[in-house]
Design a protein around this ligand. Structure first.
Ligand SMILES: [Zn+2]
Length: 77
């Protein structure tokens, strides 16, 4: 499995339907909505991985495993 943010080596974690959970050695553990993944694939978008990691770090002070939806996605423009 590859990381959805940085495309590095990541482990897939079992989670609820409609979500993908990954544990990446660079980005940490996060959950991403499948709708977001599909939309990004359709539009050929990729994440700004350094900004997404900073966002994840901030989220981890609130929740153990941050959930990324479209409104949270920080994309390369
Ligand atoms: Zn990663």
């Amino acid at each position: 499995m590859s990381c959805l943010i940085c495309a590095g080596q990541a482990e897939s974690v079992e989670c609820s339907s409609g979500w993908e959970e990954r544990s990446c050695s660079h980005c940490g553990c996060y959950r991403m909505s499948q709708a977001l993944i599909l939309q990004m694939m359709e539009e050929g978008q990729i994440f700004d991985s350094s900004k997404m990691r900073a966002w994840l770090t901030r989220q981890r002070s609130l929740v153990a495993v941050p959930s990324i939806e479209f409104s949270h996605a920080i994309l390369m423009r």
